[in-house]
Design a protein around this ligand. Structure first.
Ligand SMILES: Cc1cc2nc3c(=O)[nH]c(=O)nc-3n(C[C@H](O)[C@H](O)[C@H](O)COP(=O)(O)O)c2cc1C
Length: 365
């Protein structure tokens, strides 16, 4: 409440990226404060412990990739009640990202457009920073292709990032779906994806031996909401063939349908990925399709336009067993993880389920 009436109006007076940096840096310098002010009041395990691809989550609500790309505020973010954080996307080569401005608000649509282009300090710097400062929740690390690396050499680039973040990650998300790195989405095509995942899983096995782990690192793939059913079917087959632990659906969309924001404003913003409310149904449709294509056998993380517990429920009942939020966090503020968790608990009992796991995919059954 305080956020929407007081803090958000102040932050929204700043250019979007400046507001983001300010919020992130404030969180980074005050992890104990955040924990004391907010964490203590949060019931951490509202659903009991959730087992997903070999990991234990305290709740289903995660922070989506791109919010804390360099892992500077992970401990504070965990104290806000997220059950997992997907940090990154990091790339092997440090890179500045696209020219500013590259982040835009669409308040009447409860949406954002970004063309950040993987601005990050690189996978090595990420791993150094996070080592010894792991958050008190599951940590996913998203890896992407460096801009300077040609598409044909993408596999080696991903492999180098994979190795670097391996020691600090609980799972690794392979991001092949950002619209802001030229050509990246082509890596979602069957043959290319097969080649990439095969190489990563081979290295995964070798690293497990080197690090004396008795299980492979869970590898998930993050998908675009702009794929048709044929493309999704091919991706599912490739993911299953390569023992992928789960799919993250979805990244931002390049579509612009149904927006209230004026056409000339949209034109002035230019290219980029659209997130928030206008993405919600599109991403839920992808989740429902993936759930039916995998007969509910592959864990799905749902993201896209979640602001409330009802939005999260839409994703869970369509087949997501975890969810992630980015744009909702910007609009609703630091209590969103707690509010969505508490609301979800109420919805699950209202719908007559005894556990979250029992409810996953209920609309598909
Ligand atoms: C400013 C911004 C930066 C993002 N950066 C990344 C990124 O680096 N890697 C990634 O996989 N997704 C990134 N995303 C996509 C989000 O993780 C998420 O998939 C998408 O925004 C849909 O969720 P939402 O509607 O809750 O925002 C970014 C989104 C925004 C708004």
């Amino acid at each position: 409440m305080l956020y929407r009436s007081l803090l958000r109006p102040l932050l929204f007076r700043l250019p979007p990226e400046a507001a983001h940096q300010l919020a992130l840096k404030s969180l980074a310098i005050a992890p104990n404060l955040t924990a004391n002010l907010l964490g203590e009041r949060f019931k951490r395990n509202p659903f009991g412990k959730l087992r997903r691809f070999g990991l234990t989550f305290s709740n289903p609500v995660g922070l989506a990739a791109g919010f804390d790309k360099d892992g500077i505020a992970l401990e504070s973010l965990a104290a806000l009640g997220f059950g997992h954080i997907e940090a990154g996307t990091v790339t092997f080569h440090p890179q500045p990202g696209n020219e500013h401005p590259r982040l835009f608000r669409l308040p009447i649509d409860k949406a954002l457009i970004n063309r950040a282009g993987f601005n990050n300090e690189g996978a090595a710097a990420f791993a150094r920073r996070v080592m010894g400062h792991k958050p008190a929740c599951v940590l996913g690390v998203s890896i992407g292709k460096s801009k300077v690396t040609p598409l044909e050499a993408a596999t080696d680039d991903y492999l180098q990032s994979f190795e670097l973040v391996y020691p600090v990650a609980d799972y690794i998300a392979v991001n092949v779906s950002s619209p802001n790195t030229p050509g990246l989405r082509e890596l979602q095509a069957g043959e290319q994806l097969d080649f990439l995942l095969h190489a990563l899983q081979k290295r995964n096995k070798e690293l497990a031996i080197e690090h004396s782990r008795n299980a492979d690192m869970p590898v998930l793939v993050k998908l675009s909401p702009d794929l048709d059913d044929l493309e999704l079917q091919e991706i599912v087959a490739v993911a299953q063939r390569n023992n992928v632990s789960g799919l993250i659906a979805t990244n931002t969309t390049t579509a612009r349908d149904g927006l209230q924001t004026q056409a000339d404003t949209m034109e002035a913003f230019g290219a980029g990925g659209l997130s928030g409310s206008p993405l919600r149904q599109r991403s839920t449709r992808v989740i429902a399709t993936l759930y039916s294509m995998t007969q509910g056998m592959m864990p799905l993380i749902g993201a896209g336009g979640i602001f409330t517990a009802e939005d999260a429920w839409e994703k869970i009942s369509a087949g997501a067993s975890l969810i992630q939020i980015y744009t909702g966090f910007i609009y609703e503020g630091p209590s969103i993880a707690r509010n969505v968790n508490e609301g979800l608990r109420r919805i699950i009992s209202r719908e007559g389920f005894v556990s979250l796991d029992e409810a996953v995919g209920c609309r598909a059954k």
